[in-house]
Design a protein around this ligand. Structure first.
Ligand code: ADP
Ligand code: MG
Length: 609
């Protein structure tokens, strides 16, 4: 909703005659029009005191302003709002001959004198042809109100020679207090040419119907209305707005006696409906007025929305600065000041297109049928079409790409679609997890190894660890060699011929002799002795070697213990170092991974070294 006061502009009609003293001021924030009026010759006494009447407007157009400037400044912004879907009204107010018709419709002779109506039509149709994203439809109506009766100026069947021959338009009000104009024809116009034809048809009817008796042009109001509907391609929403371009009856008052004191007193209008218009304006500009007398006249009823309703309204005060007209011009300006106080609430006129509503309802019925099938357990068994699958895939894409965590995926009640989407999502998830897992393992192992190498390079115990490792290695080699020698020695000892001879000959003999108690003294004793000596030698040799091995074993065991201790220390140091590095690099997320994954891996590496 756009809240806006009625915009007021003033236009001074060009004249070659002597003008009153007046000043036009155009500032950034708006303009003003000032009249300087000499005091009247009252009671034959000359009063030289002057009176100034200054009025503020959005902008004041002096005599030199042309039709193009008027259109650009006044009508174009209203037309733009109408294109956006808001109602708009431009009405010209002023005494007869002040240039209302010239401003609204234009001069009859010169193309450049085209007024607001033909220029607005041209502007709108140009816009339609440029904007291919929307579909526009335009209808025109042209209403004349004379003596509280409405006449349809666009009815082509009536070749009116009198106003009374034109179809009469009456007002109807529905229960929601909306105004409907019965008998007013709405003519569709597909292009600018057709719309201009309608304008000329209406103007011709208006002209022909006028007689010196009824003075229709000065005493009637003419309302040219462009009804515009726009719809985006493929959308069910239609925007319908109305633009009223109003040429009001002359505002001159009865009892005008010149520019004297009379102009300040309440005077009667020639035109009763303008009197009612003023009453409506007063009521609207006064706060706390609950009743606005729109119904008093047909004109105020028709323009109800334009005055204090759903409309963006603009008033053009047409003024004549000829001396004799100063009083009327001041009245016109005063009226404008009151009008400027009125606030309107313009709404975007958007509604659903009935034809598209039917399409939408059909879809809804289909959806409900599917829902019913879901509830009753009756399921569709046919496969999803290629088109449906593609649609679902696109839907999933949109759903996954939407950063909003609350976004929903609307699949309707069709179980086939729901199942298809679930399996699609599962596949996506599986692919993603596999990718993610392999990526993270790779990253972690590389970072972990690198980190440990960096840590070890700078560690204080690095030298002792390396020494230790070297000694351990050397000792291990010695021990292995010694062990090998011992095995060989042992093997030699038990496989040598001496040993065999001793075992085969002497052991059984000695056994028999000991059993019999009869030792045989012979030369064999010396052989035995020699063999035994030899064995004794080998045993000594073995003893020495095995003693060495024992020493080595102790040393190795000790070194291994030292090494274990260092490993524990190293592990602790690495944990601390990693915590500090992690905090320094603000890799808080990564740290969690390190604690969970890297430390067990560090232990694994330590086992390896
Ligand atoms: P109204 O509709 O207020 O009675 P008109 O628009 O008929 O007044 O103007 C009266 C005469 O003055 C017409 O002949 C019109 O062509 C002429 N006229 C009005 N305004 C201008 C203008 N801005 N430039 C040139 N001629 C104008
Ligand atoms: Mg006129």
């Amino acid at each position: 909703m756009v809240k806006q006061t009625i915009q007021i502009f003033a236009r001074v009609k060009p004249t070659k005659k002597q003008t009153a003293e007046y000043f036009v001021d155009c500032e950034e924030q708006g303009g003003s029009l000032e009249f300087v009026v000499p005091r009247d010759l009252a009671d034959g006494v000359i009063n030289n005191k002057r009176e100034n009447y200054k009025f503020r407007f959005q902008k004041v157009f002096d005599q030199t302003a042309n039709q193009e400037e008027i259109f650009e400044a006044i009508a174009k912004p209203v037309a733009d709002n109408v294109l956006a879907g808001y109602n708009g009204t431009i009405f010209a107010y002023g005494q007869t001959g002040s240039g209302k018709t010239f401003t609204i419709t234009g001069g009859a002779e010169n193309y450049n004198d085209r007024g607001i109506i033909p220029r607005t039509l041209s502007y709108l149709y140009q816009h339609f042809s440029k904007d291919s994203s929307m579909i526009y439809t335009t209808h025109i109506s042209y209403l004349e109100i004379y003596n509280e009766t409405g006449y349809d100026l666009l009815n082509p069947q009536h070749e009116a020679s009198r106003l009374e021959d034109l179809p009469k338009v009456t007002i109807m009000e529905d229960p929601d207090q909306n105004i409907h104009l019965k008998n007013l024809s709405l003519q569709q116009s597909a292009n600018e040419e057709e719309a201009l034809d309608l304008l000329f048809l209406g103007d011709t009817n208006r002209m022909i119907a006028e007689t010196p008796m009824n003075q229709a042009s000065t005493r009637s109001h003419c309302i040219f209305t462009i009804h515009l509907c726009s719809k985006e391609l493929g959308s069910a929403m239609v925007r319908c707005s109305k633009l009223h371009l109003v040429d009001l009856a002359g505002s001159e008052r009865v009892g005008k006696t010149g520019v004297g004191g009379q102009i300040l007193t309440e005077a009667k209008y020639i035109n009763l409906s303008l009197h009612y218009l003023e009453q409506v304006i007063i009521a609207l500009s006064e706060k706390n007025r609950s009743h606005i007398p729109y119904r008093n006249s047909m004109m105020t009823s028709v323009l109800r929305d334009s005055l204090g309703g759903n409309c963006m309204t603009t008033m053009i005060a047409a003024v004549s600065v000829e001396r004799k007209n100063t009083g009327e011009s001041i009245s016109t300006c005063r009226f404008a000041q009151r009008v400027a106080l009125i606030k309107n609430d313009a709404l975007l006129n958007e509604e659903l297109d009935p034809a598209l509503l039917i399409v939408r309802l059909k879809k809804e019925i289909q959806c409900l049928k599917e829902e019913l099938a879901l509830v009753t357990g009756e399921q569709r068994s046919d496969k999803l079409t290629q088109e449906e699958i593609q649609q679902l895939e696109e839907q999933i894409d949109v759903y996954l790409e939407d950063p909003d965590s609350e976004v929903t995926l609307n699949l309707g009640p069709d179980m086939r679609k729901i199942q298809f989407c679930f399996s699609l999502l599962k596949n996506i998830l599986l692919t993603f997890t596999t990718m993610h897992f392999s990526l993270s393992v790779l990253e972690l192992s590389v970072s972990q190894q690198e980190a440990f190498e960096v840590f070890l390079r700078d560690h204080e115990d690095r030298l002792s660890i390396e020494n230790n490792r070297a000694v351990l290695q050397q000792r291990s080699v010695c021990a292995t060699e010694l062990l090998l020698k011992l095995i060989l020695l042992f093997n030699e000892m038990f496989n040598c011929p001496i040993w065999d001879t001793w075992v085969n000959i002497f052991v059984p003999t000695t056994f028999c002799q000991s059993v019999a108690g009869n030792l045989m003294p012979s030369e064999s004793d010396s052989v035995e002795e020699r063999i035994l000596n030899q064995i004794e030698e080998e045993k000594k040799h073995y003893k020495i070697k095995s003693g060495c091995l024992k020493g080595l074993k102790t040393e190795i065991e000790h070194l291994q213990l030292l090494h274990e201790k260092l490993k524990v220390k190293l592990q602790k140091d690495f944990e601390n170092w990693w915590t500090q590095e992690g905090a320094r690099l603000k890799l808080s997320g990564f740290w969690t991974v390190c604690v969970c994954v890297l430390l067990p891996m560090t232990q694994f590496i330590l086992v390896l070294i």
